[in-house]
Design a protein around this ligand. Structure first.
Ligand code: HEM
Ligand SMILES: *[C@@H]1O[C@H](CO)[C@@H](O)[C@H](O)[C@H]1NC(C)=O
Ligand SMILES: *[C@@H]1O[C@H](CO)[C@@H](O)[C@H](O)[C@H]1NC(C)=O
Ligand SMILES: *[C@@H]1O[C@H](CO)[C@@H](O)[C@H](O)[C@H]1NC(C)=O
Ligand SMILES: *[C@@H]1O[C@H](CO)[C@@H](O)[C@H](O)[C@H]1NC(C)=O
Length: 503
């Protein structure tokens, strides 16, 4: 009897091992190089503790590049991915052959958590339709229109910075600024987080990044097995976060419709879209597009503008100020440009003045290179894809990982990659690089929709701060800075403290 149980157990174990062996040799069997995976962990050993995702990417990138392979394998726990190293192939995937890679394959669960049904996670036709509708919100005409609002918030930023002298924490101040910018532009609400560090929007924004709903284990499940996570009806955010944002959108929409308020901002565009959809639904009787649903869809888009918009830009601003503080020559050169351009514009921070600041653009690009916000881009093969110049076929459903941060730190592309050097973006150096070597906002039809807006708000904030203040190292400034291993987006682990004085 126990003999039978034992042999049964042995057979089960053998089958499991066979399955795991098969699963974790997928790439090797196709002649694609892979780093020996650990059953269960794949190549993710130590993630969140010893390593950040960018460290793992960088390790794989160096190895596969040395092997001369355009593609290597990556096992993210159980999830298999194609890890793309070759820049021409990246260009194909993101741009030329976009039609086979239009989805990311990341988690959403609209049924239980409507806020997850936004542009970042939508797929196929749903994504295409939403992206087409939202694109006009981000044209340069619209940017110009929102510009004075951004400048008004930046004035407050500068004032608040002065109150914090002689030493302050940059991350928090930048986040309060971008929260107010996105709040006014996306929600039409004065969030007042600059005047009150515990204002609602800032509090909920902070809690999304600092107090996740789940343990790291459940987060890993959601990240690497989104289909299973959806079946298990997982949610991503704390319920009070969802409630707060949905209420904020509902109140704003009701207020605007009732009082016929028009501000030509993100929210107005969303309201118009909703009205169109309802008209269309009314014409096709029998199709039930209830009002609640579209309001929730709308809340989801406003929500993604908020989370994708405030943290990315404020992080970029903070690392930029950090580098300027430890590189005073670069800071002086940038301030000279800002002062001389502003002088030529009556000391008015106009949209045109902003466009003339070419050194600022280089400094910002160099910040986005050295401190690439997202370690990599993801796509899913939406049909079988024959890799050009190779016999390899990426099967439908394969996850594709594009290690942007590793490319931005490749010494063959950016010599001495840890040095902060805006002159890398001088035309003569930039011309020598591959067209796909610098892409902090992704690339192709599914790149960052808020690229222009994000750069604009970061620049306007930086201009105001550098015009009014000088930043330098204080006793609490970490050099080199310690980056957090826990967050997926880049983050300074212990904050960024700088000394600040009036110029
Ligand atoms: C410095 C600031 C920012 C950085 C570095 C950044 C970076 C990125 C990156 C790398 C992606 C993925 C692109 C790809 O897969 O090819 C992305 C997507 C996206 N970003 Fe940004 N972003 C920034 C600011 C913003 C702002 C201000 C907004 C909105 C107001 C925004 C909204 C979005 C949205 C909605 C997507 C998904 C687009 C889609 O799938 O169609 N981002 N961003
Ligand atoms: C395929 O090979 C040709 C000729 O060598 C080259 O020009 C092209 O860039 C290659 N395509 C990719 C995706 O590597
Ligand atoms: C600037 O700050 C003041 C007071 O702190 C506030 O009343 C005003 O609404 C703020 N302006 C913007 C555009 O945020
Ligand atoms: C600054 O420019 C804005 C428009 O860009 C204009 O409305 C404002 O009057 C200007 N202010 C000064 C002091 O020139
Ligand atoms: C900065 O990077 C963007 C791509 O994100 C590029 O279009 C722009 O030309 C770059 N600016 C400079 C000065 O090189």
């Amino acid at each position: 009897m126990s003999y039978a149980v034992l042999s049964f157990a042995l057979v089960v174990v053998a089958l499991l091992l066979l399955y795991l062996h098969n699963h974790y040799s997928y790439w090797a069997r196709r002649g694609i190089p892979q780093e020996d995976p650990i059953y269960g962990l794949g190549n993710m050993k130590g993630i969140g503790r010893e390593f950040h995702f960018r460290d793992i990417n960088s390790r794989l990138y160096k190895r596969y590049k040395r092997d001369g392979a355009p593609i290597g394998g990556i096992y993210m726990f159980f999830l298999r991915g194609a890890f793309v190293v070759d820049l021409d192939l990246i260009k194909h995937i993101l741009i030329k052959d976009f039609s086979s890679f239009h989805d990311r394959g990341i988690f959403n669960n609209v049924r239980d958590e409507p806020l997850t049904g936004h542009l970042l996670t939508l797929e196929g036709e749903e994504w295409r339709c939403m992206r087409n509708k939202l694109t006009p919100v981000f044209t340069s005409g619209k940017m110009k229109f929102m510009y004075p609002t951004v400048v008004a918030v930046a004035e407050n930023l500068s004032r608040t910075c002065g109150q914090l002298a002689p030493e302050f924490e940059v991350k928090e101040l930048s986040a309060r600024y971008t929260t107010d910018v996105i709040g006014t532009c996306a929600f039409g609400i004065d969030c007042n987080s600059l005047s009150d560090p515990n204002a609602d929007f800032r509090r909920y924004g902070r809690s999304i990044f600092e107090k996740p709903r789940h343990s790291q284990l459940v987060q890993a499940l959601i990240l690497f097995n989104p289909k299973l996570a959806r079946k298990l009806r997982c949610k991503l955010f704390n319920d009070e976060v969802s409630e707060f944002f949905i209420d904020a959108v509902r109140n704003t929409v009701e207020y605007r419709i009732k009082n016929k308020v028009k501000r030509n901002d993100f929210m107005d565009m969303l309201i118009d879209m909703m009205a169109e959809d309802q008209e269309a639904a009314a014409k096709h009787e029998g199709i039930d597009v209830s009002q609640g649903l579209t309001l929730l869809q709308m809340a989801a888009q406003a929500f993604v503008f908020f989370i994708a918009g405030f943290h990315t830009s404020s992080t970029t601003m903070s690392f930029c100020l950090y580098e300027l503080a430890i590189n005073p020559k670069i800071q002086d050169q940038l301030r000279e440009e800002i002062v001389s351009v502003l002088n030529a514009h009556n000391n008015n921070v106009t949209y045109e003045a902003l466009k003339e600041m070419s050194y600022l653009d280089k400094v910002l690009n160099e910040t986005l290179r050295k401190y690439t916000v997202l370690p990599h881009l993801v796509r899913t093969a939406t049909s079988d894809y024959r890799v050009p110049n190779s016999s390899l076929v990426l099967e439908k459903g394969t996850t594709v990982v594009i290690p942007v941060d590793a490319i931005h730190h490749d010494p063959e592309i950016f010599p001495d990659p840890d040095r902060f050097d805006p002159s890398r973006f001088d035309t003569e150096h930039a011309e020598k690089r591959h067209g796909c070597a610098f892409f902090p906002f992704g690339d192709g039809p599914r790149n960052c929709i808020g690229l222009r807006f994000g750069k604009m708000q970061a620049k306007v904030g930086l201009i105001h701060l550098l015009r009014d203040y000088k930043f330098s190292r204080s006793a609490r400034t970490e050099v080199p800075i310690v980056l957090s291993k826990r967050n997926f987006v880049i983050e300074a682990q212990n904050g960024i403290y700088l000394r600040v004085e009036r110029v």
